[in-house]
Design a protein around this ligand. Sequence first.
Ligand code: BES
Ligand code: MN
Ligand code: MN
Length: 462
Amino acid sequence: MENINNYIQQNKERFINELIELLKIPSVSADSAYSQDVIDTSEAVKISLEKAGCDKVEICETNGYPIVYGEKIIDPNLPTVLVYGHYDVQPPDPVELWTSPPFEPVIKKTDIHPEGAIFARGACDDKGQMYMHVKAFEYMVSNNCLPCNVKFMIEGEEEVGSVNLKTFVENNTEKLKNDVILISDTGMISNQQPSITTGLRGLSYVEVEVTGPSRDLHSGLYGGAVANPINILSKMIASLHDENNRITIPGFYDKVEELSLEERTEMAKAPFDIEDYKKALDLKDVYGEAGYVTNERNAIRPTLDVNGIWGGYTGQGAKTVIPSKAFAKISMRLVPNQDWEEITELFTKHFTNIAPAAVTVKVTPHHGGQGYVTPIDSIGYQAANMAYTETFGIPAIPVRSGGSIPIVALFEKELKSKTILMGFGLDSDAIHSPNEHFGIFNYLKGIETIPLFYKYFVELSK
Ligand code: BES
Ligand code: MN
Ligand code: MN
């Protein structure tokens, strides 16, 4: 496949420009103000799949945003790769912290990306990484070297929990039948050291509401005599971790799988510099569960984090008030074997139990999903590793990631196939943050590496 590098050299301007066009559409799934843009993006993805060489592309309507499905079946006897990705993006807020507007993509050089990186919301998560697959496919079709069947399933609701995709997958198991699922929606260690994500954490996301008095009160007239919901909520949240930073919800750790010393030793071999880590985040020190190092805390251990907290007066100046209500959004990252619905229940029970009689508590579950781990002795993993070894010159390291793609566990349950997570992003690419970007190197390296995965997967499947 020596042609791929020529093909990339000849077409790279176009590859970059096409991605830039896709990034200009603000497909924010969480905010209904953008709903037409999300729909427009699904159309753009459909057209790109048709142009790249799919025989059939459909917009599959759901109760939410559409799923774009495309396929090229060259021989039913050959293996089938199912590519999953998402065309929706996170909200760009806080917009004022972007150095260039989030939906006006620009290429800028950074220390980590001396060849330049495309700055835009969704550049890395996941439009850029999804589009690598479209371009790799285009190459294989136009150069007559597609070695197997391909199905694409690109959704528009990943960032809001993939609720409708779940139904779609359950109802279309035959259509989506495959031998391996390939996803680029994770990261790798560095541009010099590729890695393959072998685990994702599960997620339980809840919102809590604490109500004290039925109306806002004067904090002088009533202060000290009634429960202040913000004070109470803060206390309740603080009590959810103990002095070792372990979560205090009864039963929370019951199903957590403890890794063996061998596995932990293996994990510790991945290159990681704690000083660089602190420096990159301007931290004086790291923080987390006692008995575990940073790369364990953010990958193999479950967590509980407040994602947002509000209530009372936050405008200019001072207003003396005891608010009627206080709110928080809380996420729990889970590890394999922890069931997200069970954890949501444990949380709800505990949080309601610890509330003093002076307030009422309401817990509203949002979305969630199970964690995932995949073995490294599968054909899919081996094929991915061979592909990385060829394009990076060194083998990939298996890494468990702290992020979540809840639909991956569902794929395994419904479609009975393993997912290979070939991520080309970097942790420093600022996904979900202001100034998200995706390295040109990473984008093109992805396009170069993906066809090799196909080649080796088909070879190893024989
Ligand atoms: N692509 C990310 C997940 C990710 C990023 C996994 C980097 C591993 C490394 C995905 O789009 C995402 O943001 N997932 C959400 C969960 C979803 C239910 C909103 C997450 O992890 O917060
Ligand atoms: Mn993503
Ligand atoms: Mn995301």
